[in-house]
Ligand binder design. Structure first.
Ligand code: ADP
Length: 514
């Protein structure tokens, strides 16, 4: 089978979040099988500067709004980059802290079309075009329209993976014309979304199969609370939708072999290496009392990730004897809020604003507890990485977190972390206090650490599931019966843990006008 993977970011070339890791790991795992994979992503400035890639064909032309735009291909092994400097030679991938690039519709219409041109120029006839997120959301529509009669793509089927319903690519209606799509697709059953054009909706409707990045999120996005206005469309397409939890890259995220940490360790040894990592991290961060439990947050600074919820308990946490660390990049208001926190508690709260992959390894390894107060979480990689590094998460019980963290049960000693039912400071505080209580009991704590470190988060099983989905889309195997959608319900009752109170709601913002 030939799989063409169209992703707006792929690790290590370009990354703003988990999509980059997921696309890279899935492609690598599939490439280990007998199947062929060609990965396509834009040739952003960050790629250009760090990953020289020889020219691999072109120029090709994409007409948008009556104007022809030229692109070229560059290639490194099975990764093809779409070069078009006017669109991709920018400091960031999608926008800066103060807003998105205004020509994002052009940038990703161009990308979605260039994917087909790249396949043709590389002589790679795809059986499956696997598209990721709104940036590639129009490719399934192009496959059925512009390229519908093209013999090169005859028989090809599309799969769309939704990594986050909070980002849909919603643009003014005029973008339709620029995108070169037939005007009759602009209706509520098509790409229209309240008078605008919605790239993700287009993908949801036209893709032959849909996946999202965890089973719980697959259910949640069919509810008004998590569907960001597209829950109805998703319910209609439920028969085509599956949830497959991401894995993590075993080679990249492995405390036994990690080159970015001062000492390696594994569940088979005495974890002394982890203590050495904490020592190094604490000294880098300038904590006054490095013996205190170190509680860390790593993630995008956005409403979704709830860094503000963690910040709301920071003062109390410090006075309760905790050191806090934040590593994140994103919305300016969260960046400022965290920086102010760091200034208010020098030696107790360390804040690094920025995207620092290498430092994140030391943070996962050297921390005692990982904070993940996500308001919603399609899958989440942070909690899995933290578990692998023996850093039990204190995390909101939502989406993929619910599927990958087992709540700690004091009687049996089972469990890998501490889940709280609602992303609020009160709920986080109770769960954190409970985790700190268990942390003081060294033997119990080591049990939690070892439980987490021994979970298999490799990509083997998820990749096998994706292959099944591809075969379903190609009609090679019958479609699995659709899982019954979850009833519209509140947070799950927690097993074990302290009693946690349920207050407020977790409404997210409306879809972003990307
Ligand atoms: P997202 O919703 O952002 O995709 P995930 O939890 O799925 O969230 O994945 C986030 C990935 O990005 C993880 O690998 C995490 O370690 C990494 N990450 C997020 N923010 C930063 C940062 N500021 N510096 C380094 N790595 C980061």
């Amino acid at each position: 089978m030939n799989v063409l993977m169209a992703a707006p970011e792929v690790f290590p070339y370009a990354k703003t979040g988990g999509l980059a890791d997921a696309a890279a790991s899935l492609a690598a795992e599939l490439a280990r099988t007998k199947h062929k994979v060609l990965v396509v992503l834009p040739f952003y400035r960050t790629v250009k500067e760090r990953f020289p890639a020889p020219s691999a064909g072109g120029p090709f032309e994409v007409r948008m709004g009556g104007v022809a735009f030229a692109g070229m291909l560059r290639r490194r092994e099975n990764v093809v980059f779409i070069e078009c400097d006017r669109f991709y030679d920018r400091p960031e991938l999608y926008g800066t802290a103060s807003g998105d690039y205004p020509d994002n519709p052009q940038r990703f219409v161009f990308f979605s079309r260039a994917v087909f041109e790249a396949a043709r120029l590389c002589g790679f006839r795809p059986d499956i075009i696997h598209c990721h997120d709104w940036q590639a959301g129009l490719a399934p529509v192009y496959l059925k329209t512009v390229y519908g009669r093209d013999p090169f793509f005859a028989g090809a089927r599309s799969v769309l993976t939704i990594h986050n319903m909070g980002y849909q690519g919603v643009f003014p209606a005029e973008v339709m014309r620029m995108a070169g799509l037939p005007g009759d697709l602009f209706n509520p059953e098509g790409v229209e979304f309240y008078g605008k054009m919605n790239f993700l909706k287009a993908g949801i409707i036209w893709a032959d199969s849909l996946t999202t990045v965890s089973p719980t999120y697959a259910n949640q996005i069919q509810t008004p609370e998590h569907g960001f206005g597209l829950d109805g469309v998703l319910r209609k397409r439920a028969g085509r939708l599956r949830g497959i939890a991401n894995g993590i890259d075993d080679c990249l995220w492995n405390p036994a072999r990690d080159r970015h940490i001062p000492e390696n360790y594994s569940p088979g040894n005495d974890l002394a290496g982890k203590a050495a990592c904490k020592k190094k991290l604490s000294s880098l961060c300038g904590f006054k009392d490095p013996a205190r439990p170190l509680v860390s947050f790593v993630g995008r600074l956005s409403y979704q990730k709830g860094a503000d919820i963690a910040a709301a308990v920071a003062g109390e946490a410090v006075s309760e004897g905790v050191n806090l660390l934040f590593l994140g990049k994103g919305d300016e208001r969260y960046q400022r809020e965290l920086e102010a926190l760091g200034e208010r508690y020098p030696g107790g709260v360390y804040v690094r604003v920025g995207f620092d992959e290498e430092f994140s390894h030391l943070v996962y390894a050297g921390s005692d507890i990982f904070l993940m107060p996500s308001r919603y979480e399609p899958c989440g990689l942070g909690q899995m990485i933290a578990l692998r590094y023996g850093t039990p998460p204190v995390a909101a019980d939502t989406g993929g977190i619910s599927d990958t963290v087992r709540n700690y049960l004091p009687l049996s000693g089972d469990g890998t972390g501490f889940l709280f039912p609602e992303a609020s400071p009160g709920s986080l505080r109770q769960s954190l206090w409970y985790a700190l209580c268990v942390h003081r009991q060294a033997e119990r704590w080591e049990g939690v650490i070892r439980n987490g470190m021994s979970v298999d988060f490799s990509w083997r099983k998820p990749a096998a599931r994706y292959l099944e989905i591809y075969k379903e889309a190609l009609g090679q195997v019958p479609r699995e019966k659709s899982p019954v959608p979850a009833p519209l319900r509140g947070p799950r009752p927690l097993k074990g843990s302290s009693t946690l109170k349920d207050t407020g709601s977790l409404k997210g913002p409306g879809p972003r006008l990307d």
